[in-house]
Design a protein around this ligand. Structure first.
Ligand code: PHE
Length: 336
């Protein structure tokens, strides 16, 4: 009996040696240890033996079972290890392959202009303020002296989002917000950011564009101060020898108001004035609504188009170039 049991163990050992899949090993396990496996089938024989032989027989069977199970476990582990080696070999990394090429980006020309303006004005003692692009009618129009039904609202074809909220049509609402925040104290800020108008999109118009607002409030601020700041800005942006020209204009939030032209020299040497921005002395109504007494405090403001500066500075002929993310265009501003 003992020989027969040991023979089964050797048989299993021989069979399992050449296996190379978990399925094969499982089949062998079933063959010997399954419900009607060869070893399992020998177990009932115990009943037929005399009592004194039962423990010995039981031990043989049990030893055989333990030996078989451990062979099966080892064989399974070997197969799993082999599969892992195979997988690792297949997925190995070739470190000599060329890597992914990440193209180096460049700073957007509009950002270059804004950074330049910020640097310049911070150097002049200004702060940089920001306001929301989704703006309340209150700040965008009302507090800028454009009451409901004011005809000048027509100049700003607006994107209303609700009855009282719109995408801001200019950066001027930051003036109103900042005056309230400054609570009667003097102000010197610029505020660059995005603005929106219901303009058709073509080479010279865009429904979204950028402006940079300027606001100074204090005592005894004069029109001469405004002119000096505008001249300084024009020369900083476009070159030291620039001249500016102020033409009377109209904005509801400034009085008097001006359009500012800058002198450009064409390639053929001829000179021409190009309109660059709007400006003026802050309207007394705007000061009042912002919490200032116009008898004591006054100020000036200006609003300049960021695209316009970039177009003039870099000689760009189509405003859409700023928004279409064509890298051939953008790459030209590397190293500016
Ligand atoms: N907000 C005006 C515009 O968008 C520009 C401006 C700002 C004019 C400040 C005067 C003073 O056209």
């Amino acid at each position: 009996m003992k020989e027969k049991i040991e023979a089964l163990v050797s048989q299993l050992e021989a069979e399992i040696k050449d296996t190379n899949s978990l399925d094969q090993i499982e089949a062998i396990r079933v063959k010997y240890l399954g419900k009607s496996g060869e070893l399992t089938q020998m177990m009932p024989l115990i009943k037929t033996l005399p009592n004194e032989e039962k423990p010995t027989f039981g031990k043989w069977i049990n030893d055989a079972k333990v030996a078989m199970e451990s062979m099966i476990t080892n064989a399974k582990n070997e197969v799993l290890a082999k599969e892992l080696d195979f997988k690792l070999a297949k997925e190995s990394i070739d470190v000599t392959l060329p890597g992914y090429q990440f193209k180096q980006a460049s700073i957007h020309p509009l950002s270059l202009v804004i950074e330049d303006l910020e640097d310049y004005f911070i150097g002049q003692g200004f702060n940089v303020a920001e306001g929301p692009e989704l703006e309340q009618d209150l700040y965008n129009f009302e507090m800028m002296n454009l009451a409901k039904g004011h005809p000048a609202r027509e100049m700003h074809d607006s994107f209303y989002v609700t009855e009282t909220e719109l995408m801001r049509t200019h950066t001027s609402p930051v003036q109103a917000r900042f005056m309230l925040q400054a609570a009667g104290n003097p102000i010197a800020i610029i505020s660059p950011g995005k603005t929106y108008r219901r303009d058709p999109d073509d080479a010279t118009h865009s429904h979204q564009f950028m402006q940079c607002e300027g606001l100074v409030v204090g005592e005894n601020i004069s029109f001469a101060n405004l002119k000096a700041v505008l001249l300084g800005m024009a020369r900083h942006l476009f070159g030291e020898a620039r001249e500016i020209r102020l033409r009377p204009s109209y904005f509801p939030f400034t009085e008097p108001s001006v359009e500012v032209d800058v002198m450009f020299t064409k390639k053929d040497g001829s000179k021409r004035w190009i309109e660059v921005l709007g400006a003026g002395m802050v309207h007394p109504n705007v000061l009042k609504m912002g919490g200032y007494n116009p008898e004591v405090m006054n100020g000036f403001a200006f609003g300049i188009g960021v695209e316009r500066i970039a177009i003039l500075k870099y000689g760009i002929d189509d405003i859409r170039n700023f928004y279409t993310n064509d890298r051939r265009f953008l790459n030209q501003f590397k190293g500016e």
